[in-house]
Design a protein around this ligand. Structure first.
Ligand SMILES: [Fe+2]
Length: 555
């Protein structure tokens, strides 16, 4: 990207100043003659897409909203940050201007906040007032406990977003993570009156913006944004299916424009609509970044999708091409950064928030499994080529980084696969000692095999998983061929709750009763934890307890 391209790109993201537009970098002077008075937009603006916050640091957090103006003209928006839900103890009161160039989204990054503190915020424009949002800055120092929830894959026509509502209702979370497929690109209608808008595959900037706007009218998605700061990364469907750095399975060069343009437009809309901070002005398509939660957690967010990924190859191909040591998933720059982050982390737990399944699914060892006319083995094979299994050298480089830094307590967090998995991570889970675990005893305790961490894979919010009836069958097969896979469910929807102390990191799968019921309940299904220094999953007795001192929700 040339410097001129970069300036244009940044302007598209609404990040360059111009004379009046700089919401993302802070407040503007309300006396600026280029800005209309509050009264100039009185009665002509609505807040239809809720509020959001994200990318907390120790002293700042991104705050977001969007205005829907009656007329196409710049809109001044006032925002306030307070320490109480009633918004009486106001710390920050500033104004910014937004306009059509950024789709009337507003993104501010107020500084001077205190670490580990809950804040409440609200936007106003003319006579219109947004809902009150709640957010929280990163904590510092010695911590006894952290709680997070993470999700992925919310396909709007497929069902109601109850998983988001239940995440929102948890008052005691420090943050929520979104691991991608926040939107889908198709023109699906679905069967619930939740047809995608626009009604065709999204390819232009206007399409992508309209799709985000539709999703952000969903009350459950609005609520999770309103109650918790979100730390997010994209996966493929924020651009299009099985994308990689220079193309996508679902992109037709020419008919659907150029991939370079489509990728840039999808990224522009993402930065407009998600509460994410620009990571590096000199590398504006970078979203890999780190968040430190005191001495307990370093959260390392990765981009396995658009930044450095080489094209997917058929797994069945095997051989030299698939195993090429130069084959990239993260790209060299991101891999070097990850290696340095792992080596330099002083936190007890290193969470890797990323898109695709890291642990091996030894799919080529599976028998041909046919169920109800579906060949599950072929289905798994097709999915797997897009995951870390399709990039074996790239995965070995992560293991190399763990070994080189003698890094303990790596916990990989994953979305994408629309199903639930708990996995022990080994360089080679096919080692005889692992496969014979049931006969010779636990290979980890016997010192026969070295573990490198564990992985929790979240089910989808609504996207379709494996066919009904497959869970039991596949559990049985994995028990024989893939004993490092300790938990699997192929069909249910929900999210993963993380409860973390210095002694243990526990992941819990929570499932909604239905995605066809807009007020569906949820239930705890399974908990697994790893003890510090052990890098292996064990069954938990039950769900962890809620915090008793959670801050008040946003009213
Ligand atoms: Fe997905």
């Amino acid at each position: 990207m040339t410097p001129m391209d970069r300036r244009q790109f940044l302007r598209h993201l609404g990040i360059l100043t111009g004379s009046t537009l700089l919401p993302v970098l802070g407040g503007c002077d309300s006396a600026d003659p280029a800005m209309p008075d509050d009264g100039a937009t009185d009665g002509k603006v609505a807040f239809l897409h809720g509020v959001a916050s994200g990318d907390p640091l120790q002293d700042r957090v991104i705050l977001w909203t969007r205005v829907t103006p009656e007329a196409d003209a710049p809109v001044q928006v006032r925002y306030r940050v307070a320490t109480d839900p009633a918004m009486t103890q106001v710390l920050i009161d500033e104004r910014v201007v937004t306009d059509a160039a950024r789709d009337y989204t507003v993104k501010v990054d107020p500084v001077g906040l205190q670490p580990g503190t809950t804040y409440y915020y609200r936007f106003e424009s003319g006579g219109a007032v947004s809902p009150v949002g709640r957010t929280r800055t990163l904590p510092v120092g010695a911590l006894e406990r952290l709680r997070f929830a993470f999700a992925s894959c919310s396909n709007y026509p497929n069902g109601y977003f109850s998983a988001y509502r239940h995440m929102a209702a948890r008052r005691d979370l420090d943050a929520v993570f979104h691991l991608g497929d926040y939107i889908y690109e198709s023109g699906s209608k679905g069967a619930l009156g939740r047809a995608h808008r626009p009604d065709h595959e999204i390819v232009t900037l206007a399409d992508y913006r309209q799709r985000y706007a539709q999703y952000r009218t969903d009350p459950d998605l609005q609520e999770v944004h309103r109650q918790h700061p979100m730390i997010c990364v994209w996966d493929d469907h924020e651009s299009t299916n099985n994308s990689w750095k220079d193309g996508a399975d679902n992109h037709t060069e020419g008919d659907e424009g150029s991939w370079v343009d489509r990728k840039a437009m999808s990224i522009q809309a993402y930065f407009e609509w998600l509460p994410i901070r620009l990571v590096d002005p000199d590398d504006p398509q970078r979203i890999w970044r780190q968040f430190g939660f005191g001495d307990l957690v370093d959260l390392i967010m990765l981009d396995t999708r658009l930044y450095g990924r080489d094209e997917q190859l058929p797994l069945a191909l095997g051989g030299a091409q698939l195993n090429d040591p130069n084959r990239q998933l993260l790209g060299e720059k991101q891999q070097d950064w990850l290696t340095a982050q792992l080596a330099g982390s002083r936190a007890r737990w290193k969470l890797l928030g990323q898109q695709i399944m890291f642990g091996q699914l030894r799919v080529l060892t599976l028998p041909e499994i046919d169920l109800l006319g579906v060949n599950l083995t072929h289905e798994l094979l097709a999915i797997n080529a897009d995951q870390w299994d399709g990039y074996p050298a790239a995965r070995q480089r992560v293991f190399d980084a763990i070994d080189a830094g003698q890094v303990e307590n790596v916990v990989v967090l994953t979305g994408d696969i629309h199903s639930s998995w708990g996995i022990n991570l080994f360089r080679d889970p096919g080692e005889l000692a692992n496969l014979l675990a049931g006969i010779v005893g636990d290979p980890l305790e016997l010192g026969l095999i070295k573990a490198h961490g564990v992985e929790f894979v979240t089910p989808s919010v609504t996207s379709s998983g494996f066919p009904d009836g497959t869970t039991g069958l596949l559990r049985g097969v994995f028990g024989l061929t893939d004993p490092h896979i300790k938990y699997f469910d192929g069909t249910l929807h929900g999210y993963v709750l993380l409860d973390i102390t210095p002694e243990r990191c526990q992941g819990e799968w929570w499932y909604v009763d239905s995605i066809e019921d807009p007020v569906a309940g949820e239930s705890f299904a399974k908990g697994m934890y790893t003890l510090s220094g052990q890098n292996r999953l064990r069954d938990a007795d039950g769900a962890s307890s809620d915090r008793t001192d959670a801050p008040a929700p946003a009213p």
